[in-house]
Write a protein of this length. Structure first.
Length: 135
């Protein structure tokens, strides 16, 4: 299979695409092209209760960023809900904010516990599938 490369800037992305185009790929080879997106990078702590994703990161976001984040997390939760995804817990989800949109980068299930007083409440809500009620 084709080697994996992650581009860190626009020039490297262009070089990676050139390398892919110049290689001799065979039918059935898997290729993933990652586009470089210039913007502000955010890693959000979110919790998933099997139905909803809730951001509990303390970033100071604009109203537009909050609205778009809610839409994006609802979309991801819908994808998780339609799949065989059977995880309840916490994630770190990385997005880039560019042109008034969130661009999804990746997510990792994790147990990164914050001690901000609301964590126990969020965890209990997740266990009982009640994140939508506090969202």
């Amino acid at each position: 299979s084709f080697p994996t490369r992650r581009s860190s800037d626009l020039e490297e992305t262009i070089e990676t695409k050139k390398m892919i185009n110049e290689s001799s790929l065979r039918e059935g080879d898997n290729v993933y092209i990652e586009e470089f997106i210039n913007g502000s990078e955010y890693v959000f702590d979110v919790i998933y209760d099997g139905e909803a994703l809730l951001n509990y990161s303390g970033f100071d976001l604009t109203e537009k960023q909050r609205e778009e984040l809610k839409k994006t997390l609802d979309l991801l939760a819908g994808i998780f809900n339609r799949s065989e995804f059977k995880f309840i817990g916490m994630f770190k989800i990385k997005f880039v904010w560019n042109n008034d949109k969130w661009y999804f980068q990746h997510f990792n299930p994790e147990w990164s516990i914050r001690s901000d007083g609301n964590f126990a409440y969020l965890l209990i809500a997740a266990v009982y599938g009640k994140l939508n009620e506090i969202n």
